[in-house]
Design a protein around this ligand. Structure first.
Ligand code: 5GP
Ligand code: ZN
Length: 114
């Protein structure tokens, strides 16, 4: 499939990988918006959060992706906190149509987002 993150999952595009298991990978964002900016990506293709249902499988996957974020944040020693973002669709600012979570940390975040 001609999807950027599917290509990264298949190892066809090099990234700075920080985590991999049967269900997900995590790697450094190419345009970091904070000292730590990691993307957590399911290996299975979903265009966005809007594609997931309330099935046990989808709920388990989402829980796993959040657990991966939490584990990486611990490894990065983000003891002061961090932000987790899922952009969805054009209004949500999504630019890559394969579900992913942003882990942003290492500086104080602002609110509201732009
Ligand atoms: P979105 O805007 O869809 O929420 O986030 C997509 C993210 O993917 C952006 O932060 C962008 O910098 C990142 N990105 C886009 N292309 C690549 C790439 O080829 N490699 C890596 N590591 N990150 C990418
Ligand atoms: Zn994909």
């Amino acid at each position: 499939m001609d999807c950027l993150f599917c290509k990264i999952v298949r190892g066809e595009i090099p990234v700075k990988m920080v985590f991999e298991d049967d269900h997900a990978i995590a790697f450094h964002d190419i345009h970091p918006q904070a000292p730590v900016h990691t993307l957590v990506v399911p290996k299975k293709h979903f265009a966005s959060l809007a594609e997931l249902g309330a099935t046990p499988e989808d709920e388990a996957l989402l829980g796993h992706l959040l657990a991966v974020v939490s584990q990486i944040a611990r490894e990065e020693r983000l003891a002061e906190g961090y932000r987790t973002v899922i952009n969805t669709g054009s209004d949500g600012g999504q630019t890559v149509d394969h579900l992913h979570l942003h882990l942003l940390g290492g500086r104080a975040m602002e609110w509201p987002p732009g």
